[in-house]
Design a protein around this ligand. Structure first.
Ligand code: SF4
Ligand code: SF4
Length: 735
């Protein structure tokens, strides 16, 4: 494309008062942006109209020097074929450097203009990736329980064809096995019918939903917009997206033999077994019964987490007993009653009906008896021992495990700091993976969705519910996290919306979040590939397969555009149209580095666009200021940082390089799963090289900062500045 470039400088928000705009334009001119216009308020309708008129006249590459790229995104968008590069003069210069002197502020402004201009000059408009052949538009739902059926209905309602695969002979899942449902409607006190037949009828009655019962998945191949799925009945179906709603497994009570005498008496049963009894039998013969909460939950030796449904279920089941025999003595022995939101009303209703709640501590009650049972516990509220005798039954309120193989993502774990622990976790995961699979993915990275510690196939539990680490494959309901029926209903709908979106994204050739709408994708200059496999192994999303000669085979519709592969590739042959090793390297090289005697050190800070950039913007907005010697450069993810950029910076005489990204670890919030971890490992490897070159490794700083951690950011910036002052000028300055 022939590029027609124009630059725009906004003089609003204090920019015009603080900076000499003619000098800024001159600096950008050195890097190829020769034409400039100024406006008092560029984001105003008049300012935008001025730019639009230029676009209409054929300008297709715009340098907009105004506020942060995170604001005014609608105003400064002119279609995907018009390149827009934003220079954050407001946040990163005028606000963030308000305490600096005029000369330093201008030097920073000029550097940001040069960096923006060179990036714009080297970027190309994207050509959206198009799958070969027709995009498959059907949504495949695996699992016909509450979440799966609601996902199927929601996708159908949104206009999609749906294929619903259920391994049992009929739809319904656990809902079909329940006697009653907890209250769903105000005032949330009365138990309700499950209405499972109605739900199954709705699903079965829709032509748009093709149901396969008694069927499992033999193989899943392909990518979003183009999955080919082989079913156990010998049929093959095509789907554009997949929702795994395979539900939960009860925690195995065999593990509770020691603690709660499970198996010693047939009247010690789990909540699931009791539900079955309630559905099929008569409870009127029960005169005394106790429910034991947290049976193997919130216990490091069993399930460490709270399933957040067992307290509600015990209240419901206690009410079954009271309904069958109002005179029955019903006890609930609990650690904490956890009945959030409207479930609280069920707890109150159970109390109103005479159910007695006894609070215990961490110690499990002792349960004994060969005929009638005795339960002994310490009531911590009354501080006395309680013996419940002549019990007909004891119900163990066990928790939920996801119905999913546990597969801790080995590369993710391997990037952890504690390598011994990483090895142990990987081994444990391998041991627990019973060699079974639900989706049987034909992916180079393995047949199952990667999981975190509890076999929940998570991607980013804070920002991206339903996401797995395999793009286009979503999870819904209790396979994702423990939840109750009403939440699983909503979950199914949420996942269905994600599935519909990813199919649309495959059609138009753009990314799903966090870079929603991005039409660039990694391009491989394959003639220089050495088949080292780093890109395949490090891609957090399993987007790259490989052939039998180890050539990478990218699947662009699986790709989230993080650039981790670009950072990994030692041959530097992976690039995006507007993000490449060359572009960022050129940005770094465009920074003016003053001579040593000017005593104006320089540090480049590569900031991840998901957490670090927003917190810098927030700090600026809050009136925080930092050293005028820092230069921030946005990167898609710290995992995309190629080591050559560090070399570029240091060989140019830049005194320090910072990498600021999201938090990592088991409770990570990295939007691309492991960017900060990868950056840490890569940087630890180059510190040896630095020492060999007589450069202090302190010049490189990798820091983690959460999106809301302004004070942490300020501390990190301050300490980095102190370090640079201490280590002194880069000896390569001036070479
Ligand atoms: S950009 Fe990210 S998601 Fe895409 S192939 Fe590279 S590493 Fe994988
Ligand atoms: S990292 Fe680069 S050189 Fe290695 S296999 Fe991937 S594309 Fe080829």
């Amino acid at each position: 494309m022939s590029k027609k470039i124009c630059g725009y400088i906004c003089k609003g928000c204090g920019i015009g008062d603080a900076l000499n705009t003619a000098k800024l334009a001159k600096a950008a001119g050195e890097q190829g942006v020769k034409e400039f216009k100024e406006h008092d308020v560029l984001c105003s309708p008049e300012g935008v109209a001025m730019i639009q008129a230029d676009v209409d006249a054929g300008y297709n590459a715009l340098l907009i020097a105004a506020c942060s790229s995170r604001v005014k995104t609608d105003e400064f968008a002119f279609g995907s074929q018009v390149l827009v590069e934003r220079v954050s003069l407001r946040e990163q210069v005028v606000w963030g450097l308000s305490e600096a002197d005029e000369e330093d502020t201008l030097m920073a402004g000029e550097d940001y203009m040069r960096m923006g201009a060179i990036k714009l000059s080297k970027s190309e408009p994207p050509t959206p990736y198009q799958l070969e052949g027709e995009v498959a538009k059907a949504v495949l739902v695996v699992g016909g329980g509450v979440a799966g059926m609601n996902a199927a209905l929601a996708a159908a309602k949104a206009g999609s064809q749906v294929i619903l695969v259920e391994k049992e002979a009929q739809l319904g899942g656990f809902l079909g096995k329940m006697a009653k449902l907890g209250p769903q409607t105000p005032p949330y006190r009365a138990l309700e019918d499950t209405k499972v037949d109605e739900l199954v009828g709705k699903v079965s009655g829709l032509d748009q939903i093709k149901v396969y019962t008694g069927t499992t998945i033999d193989k899943t191949e392909g990518a979003p917009g183009n999955f080919t799925v082989s079913l156990s009945n010998g049929e093959q179906v095509r789907a554009g997206a997949i929702i795994q709603a395979t539900g939960w497994l009860p925690y195995d009570p065999e593990n509770l033999k020691d603690e709660l005498a499970y198996g010693s008496n047939p009247n010690i049963v789990t909540n699931v077994q009791f539900e079955e009894k309630a559905k099929t039998g008569d409870l009127s013969g029960i005169n005394a019964i106790a429910f034991v909460q947290c049976a193997g939950s919130r216990d490091q030796n069993h399930l460490p987490y709270c399933s957040a449904f067992c307290c509600l279920v015990s209240c419901k089941q206690a009410m079954y007993v009271k309904a069958a025999n109002p005179e029955a003595s019903v006890y609930v022995v609990y650690k904490d009653v956890r009945t959030p939101s409207q479930s609280e009303e069920v707890y109150r209703e159970a109390q109103r009906q005479g159910v007695i709640f006894i609070r215990r501590d961490e110690t499990y009650p002792s349960i004994s008896g060969s005929g009638k049972l005795t339960l002994t516990t310490k009531d911590v509220l009354l501080n006395e021992q309680v013996d419940l005798e002549d019990l007909d039954m004891v119900v163990l309120a066990t928790g939920m495990k996801p119905n999913n193989p546990k597969v801790v993502d080995a590369p993710l774990v391997a990037f952890g700091e504690d390598q011994e622990k990483a090895k142990q976790m990987t081994e444990e995961a391998k041991a627990q993976n019973e060699d079974w699979s639900i989706l049987n993915l034909a992916y180079r990275q393995g047949p199952n969705l990667p999981t975190l510690k509890y076999a929940m196939p998570d991607s980013h539990f804070i920002c991206f519910p339903y996401e797995s680490r395999r793009t286009g494959i979503y999870t819904a309901g209790t396979v994702r996290r423990p939840m109750r029926v009403s939440q699983a209903q909503e979950d199914g709908v949420g996942a269905a919306m994600k599935a519909v979106q990813v199919i649309r994204a495959a059609e138009v050739g753009c990314a799903v979040h966090p870079r929603s709408g991005d039409e660039t994708f990694p391009e491989f200059a394959m003639q220089r590939c050495t088949q080292c496999k780093r890109c395949t192994e490090e891609c957090p999303f399993g987007a790259i397969n490989e052939d039998d000669k180890a050539n990478p085979l990218p699947n662009p519709t699986r790709c989230r555009r993080c650039g981790v592969c670009m950072g990994a590739c030692p041959e530097r042959i992976i690039s995006f149209k507007n993000y490449s090793v060359d572009i960022v390297g050129s940005q770094i090289k465009s920074i003016e580095v003053p001579e040593e005697d000017e005593e104006k050190p320089r540090a480049v800070i590569l900031v991840c666009e998901n957490d670090a950039l927003p917190v810098i913007d927030m700090a600026a907005r809050m009136g925080k200021t930092w050293s005028p010697y820092f230069r921030f450069i946005n990167v898609r993810c710290l995992g995309s940082v190629n080591l050559v950029w560090i070399a570029d910076a240091l060989s140019k005489g830049i005194d320090g390089v910072g990498l600021f990204g999201c938090r990592r670890g088991e409770d990570y919030q990295c939007h691309f799963i492991k960017g900060s971890e990868i950056a840490n490992v890569r940087m630890s490897k180059i510190s040896e090289t630095l020492t060999r070159l007589a450069l202090e490794s302190d010049r490189i700083k990798v820091s983690e900062v959460g999106i809301n951690e302004v004070e942490t950011l300020m501390d990190i910036l301050k300490s980095f500045q102190d370090t640079i002052d201490t280590v002194g000028p880069n000896p390569y300055k001036g070479f």
